[in-house]
Design a protein around this ligand. Structure first.
Ligand SMILES: Nc1ncnc2c1ncn2[C@@H]1O[C@H](COP(=O)(O)OP(=O)(O)O)[C@@H](O)[C@H]1O
Ligand SMILES: [Mg+2]
Length: 322
């Protein structure tokens, strides 16, 4: 358990952005800074908290939680599919294989939920029944488990992700039929493994998304991140049934509550500037992310208060990357 004191101290040192020269061409993602060199990619997880396609706040230790949670899951799933990891030289940095990326996000859902305009529950409650080619039955309740998980892919774009069916993915040439068959099969298997390990640790893996890439020989790899709080939703398993049967919201430990705060205090889709998230909520989110890491991995989360960027630079130099 990391003390609130430590989290509060780290608020002054959150990693908002990096600017490393000589690491490669930089692309600033929503959450990660990506440096591309000749044959490698450096994924540096910052502490940025993204939602509604914008940055809501900076959360102490978040980049470290993301990197270390992802690292845990890559290790636990490497028998299902090889992944892009080469090295983890710092708690916030992954060195990975440079691959061509399928411009499809493989979203998979075990439950129907969500509050945003793009959420599955929002669409279902408005009467939509066809979800990327999956026809859903009548009478589902919010937060209900699907009989079988469904894959609802979206296209990857800088603006807004668009839902797409398997048929259209192949028709538009984003994947061949063979690649789709392989990747969708791996998506189900990864989600099954995630669900099982989460359950052993008192969690429900509600939904998540995977990204895949391929090398010059056409070998397919799992890339990006896996089963992190950014790419996934988790609920507490022990209280789910009771809450669900009473029509109450499950206990969740993800960013949903911060999103809720913003939807209640402004219009995060339209307003030009956003209000500053209250410190209480920032600390709470950090605490939840750390707790999630500790629940999932059964490891103690090791913190170091101070300048993250300086530490990364030191580690990258020591390992000869800078
Ligand atoms: N092995 C890889 N090869 C090439 N690109 C990758 C690899 N792993 C992840 N990426 C890309 O790096 C970016 C990660 O940063 P992120 O903050 O998620 O950005 P985005 O806003 O684009 O989602 C993503 O665009 C992801 O597709
Ligand atoms: Mg991303």
């Amino acid at each position: 358990m990391v003390k609130d004191e430590i989290i509060k101290k780290q608020i002054n040192f959150t990693l908002k952005e990096t600017n490393f020269e000589n690491l490669g061409k930089k692309y600033k993602g929503k959450v990660r800074d990506v440096y591309t060199s000749d044959d490698k990619i450096f994924l540096i997880a910052t502490d940025r908290q993204s939602a509604f396609d914008r940055n809501l706040a900076n959360i102490p230790f978040k980049g470290q939680v993301l990197t270390q949670t992802s690292a845990f899951w890559f290790e636990k799933t490497k028998d299902i599919i090889p992944n892009h990891i080469i090295d983890i030289p710092d708690p916030n940095v992954v060195v990975c294989k440079k691959l061509k990326v399928f411009s499809v996000e493989m979203v998979i859902r075990g439950y129907i939920t969500g509050v945003t305009s793009t959420a599955a529950w929002t669409a279902y409650s408005k009467g939509e029944r066809n979800f990327c080619g999956n026809i859903l039955p009548e009478g589902l309740k919010k937060n209900q488990k699907f009989e079988k998980p469904i894959i609802t892919p979206t296209t990857k774009s800088d603006e807004h992700d668009e839902k797409i069916s398997a048929e259209d993915i192949v028709r538009k040439g984003l994947m061949t039929q063979g690649q789709w068959n392989y990747i969708s099969d791996k998506t189900f298997k990864l989600f099954q493994r995630g669900t099982q390990i989460a359950a052993e640790n008192g969690l429900i893996l509600v939904d998540t998304k995977y990204e895949f890439g391929y090398d010059d020989k056409g070998n397919i790899f799992l890339i990006d991140e896996i089963h992190t709080p950014d790419s996934s939703r988790f609920w507490i398993k022990g209280s789910y049934e009771e809450k669900f049967s009473k029509g109450e919201e499950p206990e969740y430990i993800d960013k949903e509550f911060l999103r809720l705060w913003f939807t209640e205090h402004c219009d995060p889709y339209k307003d030009e500037t956003l209000p500053e998230a209250p410190e209480e909520l920032v600390v709470e989110l950090s605490r939840r992310y750390i707790r999630l890491y500790e629940m999932i991995t059964s490891n103690e989360f090791k913190t170091e208060v101070g300048d993250v960027s300086g530490r990364i630079e030191k580690n990258l130099k020591e390992k000869g990357y800078l």
